[in-house]
Ligand binder design. Structure first.
Ligand code: GTP
Ligand code: MG
Ligand code: ZN
Length: 385
């Protein structure tokens, strides 16, 4: 089914809304403002609900919104008033949220993931591209250019409460036609700063509960033992985020009664791989296991998602997290408030492949490792990619 790419709610076939394509004047829009958590100004809107006695195949009459608004109209989400790309309702949407403490690697991951998806899809003659101009602009300015062209590291994602922050807008990509239906991926990149802050709540955060999957990142460099062992091996980032357990608690609270899949991702896996060089240590021995699933990367293989490999990796990463002292909540993934358990899987990824040196990427460039795994796991149910 199609869902709104911003609030992630399903677009039901009995409720429609539109706004002026070229508004002459802008006014404060209550719904859009409520869901964005800041004032949003837009043109006039109108909405239509299915009449009680309508036929089962009821659809709004053509030109109905144009007559109401007195000019060209574009469709919006009736719930949050996000302007939907043309023909959006005819497609299917998978909605993802990136979660994790500050500097766990969420934004870098998205930047690299899109490139990997494009490469993977190209081999199947499928084009992965931004579904609207806002996504094209946002991806280029905040993800692609800083990382791939300027080859620097990315700035921390601004809190959703920052004026002019791009957090309120999703990134939406079309990922080809599958089983006769155009498929889209909607991704919301969240600022770790917001999730470390325990009082996020309300309509602007409702998308967590409505998401198809939450990708929760856990940074191994946050663990003191790992930092100590790596000190002389890889350059250590100067800034590191808050406690992943606090963030997971916030995420669980935001999930409420929702039931998304939960991917727990050990990020910056290149750093753990660097421990292969530490002789005589436990970690050196663990990371030197050539037979482990985490020692190879099948994620770009054209075959469908490899469930067996996924399960092996899941078990391996689960024991790595145990050893990293990640805490029972991360291991059990049970919502403390509702007792709910989520469909979950553990992953290990490295978006960059090597640690950055200061504010620049490593001279070896970007060599991603297993980046597509979590997304292919989420999409596998639907037979996509
Ligand atoms: N070694 C290594 N470092 C990485 C990798 N990905 C990200 N980093 C480092 O982690 C830093 C933070 O990455 P971001 O993607 O900006 O982190 P974030 O989770 O979006 O952080 P916030 O936006 O503050 O929530 C980067 O500047 C890199 O230095 C990786 O794959 N390997
Ligand atoms: Mg970020
Ligand atoms: Zn919406």
């Amino acid at each position: 089914m199609s869902k709104c790419p911003r609030c992630f709610n399903p677009l039901e076939s009995n409720w429609f809304a539109w706004t002026e394509a070229k508004p002459a004047t802008l006014e404060n829009d209550e719904r859009a403002s409520a869901f964005s958590g800041r004032q949003v100004r837009m043109g006039k809107t109108c909405e239509l609900q299915r009449p009680q006695d309508a036929a089962p195949n009821w659809v709004p009459e053509p030109q109905w919104p144009e007559t109401q608004l007195g000019g060209p109209a574009v469709e919006i989400c009736p719930i949050c008033h996000y302007v939907l790309p043309p023909m959006w309702r005819w497609g299917a949407t998978t909605c993802l949220v990136m979660a994790g403490a500050r500097a766990t690697g969420k934004t870098v991951y998205i930047a690299v993931l899109i490139k990997q998806l494009q490469m993977h899809a190209e081999r199947m003659n499928i084009v992965v591209e931004p579904a609207n101009a806002e996504t094209a602009e946002q991806y280029e300015n905040f993800y692609e250019t800083p990382l791939f062209e300027e080859r620097g590291i990315l700035g921390s994602t601004p809190s959703a409460s920052t004026e002019g922050s791009h957090q309120h807008e999703p990134l939406i990509f079309s990922i080809g036609v599958w089983n006769g239906v155009k498929h889209y991926l909607a991704i919301r990149d969240v600022a770790g700063e917001d999730l470390e802050n325990a009082n996020v709540e309300g309509l602007p955060w409702q998308f967590f509960a409505a998401a198809d999957a939450v990708l929760f990142m856990f940074d191994p460099l946050k663990v003191d033992e790992i930092r100590h062992q790596l000190q002389d091996l890889v350059p250590m980032p100067s800034h590191h985020g808050g406690d992943p357990r606090t963030v997971l608690r916030t995420v669980m609270r935001l999930l409420g009664q929702g039931n998304p899949k939960l991917a727990v991702i050990l990020s910056k896996f290149d750093a753990l791989q660097a421990l292969q060089g530490v002789r005589g240590s436990d970690w050196g021995r663990i990371m030197n296991n050539a037979g482990a699933a985490f020692s190879r990367d099948p994620s770009l293989r054209p075959a469908p998602y490899d469930e067996e490999d996924g399960q092996r990796l899941d078990a391996e990463v689960s024991s790595l997290l145990q050893k990293l002292d990640a805490g029972p909540m991360i291991k059990n993934l049970e919502n403390p408030a509702t007792g709910q358990r989520y469909t979950n899987r553990f992953f290990a990824v490295s978006a960059l492949g090597e640690s950055p040196v200061g504010a620049r990427l490593h001279a070896n460039g970007i060599t991603p490792f297993r980046c597509m795994d979590p997304v292919r796991w989420v999409l596998a149910d639907q037979g996509v990619l």
